[in-house]
Design a protein around this ligand. Structure first.
Ligand code: PLP
Length: 360
């Protein structure tokens, strides 16, 4: 803090990202990155965009990233999605930020779960959005009826973070249908790990003008380092996001990000193979950790949320760290005895299990 700080800077409570340790050799299971590399076509597209002398970087990128909007719309063409229904941003965190400012900031408080993505209260603080937290039930499930009351907007991740629990599509639809006067933002960062058929609410977008679905290339497309996210919704909602974006940064996606993201969206085979591998490893890890006595919430994500009835989460996390394995421990009410563990490669999962057997 210094006298030069504005009142805004003084008043902020910033988000604290999971640790990105500089040490190699760690088994890093703390920030839900994908253990597999991105699509080789995406990597080739990055090289092509750069060219031999990097000359294309002299020029600004397309401020509208039209190629990427077209690629996203094409990926969801089965749901009748057009490019006018797509917004793209510098990671889905930026897309969410614009949604808070452009669609969720109204006179009434917004609603979101008491246990959820910890960026939501941060954006409420930044943009002055009033909120009410709605308690999940004792199984950490979202109760639809609790969202059928007056509000300025609704946001929740599906699957939820950090629990991994999936709200079935028909329940999502009841929330959206029951709130025709406010925007419902469904943050689907992990939806691609939700089953063989992906239970995305993008299937509902054409029928509900109040629905905005946000996704990211950070998790299921292994591109957390490229910073690309998108939203799919009614063209009028997309317009609101564009107005905020063009009042903040007209070029949120650089040339490399656009090129890599387009190729990643087009590589359906790599996408399917890696998301299936993660889901298979998750089921195997859940089975083995169950044998060790862990309680594990049903996960539809690329992480699990687990507690051990006889061992404190903080102690377990510290013991794992001594063995060079990093997991996430949130010291928050209701979940302080849980660990959030990212699904790694099978070798990483084995290392985790070996360490846990030793510790227990
Ligand atoms: C990872 C995550 C995001 C942010 O993803 P980026 O696209 O990398 O900014 C958004 N929401 C939830 C719930 C997440 O877990």
């Amino acid at each position: 803090m210094s006298k030069y700080w504005s009142a805004v800077a003084r008043g902020l409570t910033p988000y604290v990202p999971g640790e990105q340790p500089k040490l190699n050799k760690l088994v890093k299971l703390n920030t839900n990155e994908n253990p597999y590399p991105p699509s080789p076509h995406a990597v080739a597209a990055l090289r092509d965009e750069l060219g031999d002398d990097g000359g294309s970087l002299r020029l600004y990128p397309d401020p509208n990233a039209d190629r990427l909007k077209a690629a996203v719309a094409h990926h969801f063409a089965g749901f009748g999605i057009t490019p006018a229904q797509v917004f793209v941003g510098n990671g889905s965190d930026e897309v969410l930020a614009h949604a808070f400012q452009g669609l969720l900031k109204h006179d009434r408080p917004i609603l979101y779960p008491d246990i959820t993505y910890s960026f939501y209260p941060v954006y409420c603080g930044l943009y002055g959005v009033d909120y009410n937290q709605v308690a999940l039930n004792e199984r950490f499930e979202l109760v639809v009826e609790d969202y059928l009351r007056p509000n300025g907007g609704i946001i929740f991740p599906n699957p939820n973070a950090p629990t991994g629990c999936l709200l079935p599509l028909d329940a999502v639809e009841r929330v959206v249908a029951g709130n025709p006067d406010s925007v419902v933002v469904v943050d689907e960062a992990y939806i691609d790990f939700g089953g063989e058929t992906i239970p995305t609410a993008i299937a509902l977008v054409s029928r509900y003008p109040n629905l905005l679905v946000v996704q990211t290339l950070s998790k299921s497309r292994s591109l957390a380092g490229l910073r690309v996210g998108f939203a799919v919704g009614h063209p009028d909602s997309i317009d609101a996001l564009e107005r905020v974006k063009n009042s903040f940064n007209s070029y949120p996606l650089d040339r490399l990000a656009i090129a890599g993201a387009v190729a990643a969206m087009e590589d359906a085979a790599h996408f399917d193979a890696t998301r299936r591998a993660v889901m298979q490893s998750r089921e195997a890890l859940v089975a083995e950790m169950g044998k060790l006595g862990f309680d594990i919430l049903p996960s539809a994500a690329n992480f699990i949320f687990a507690r051990h009835p006889q061992h404190a989460a903080g102690t377990l996390a510290a013991a794992l760290r001594e063995r060079s394995i990093i997991v996430r421990h949130f010291k928050l009410p209701r979940i302080e005895q849980f660990l959030r563990i990212t699904i790694g490669t099978d070798a990483q999962c084995m290392a985790l299990l070996a360490a846990l057997r030793e510790i227990l």
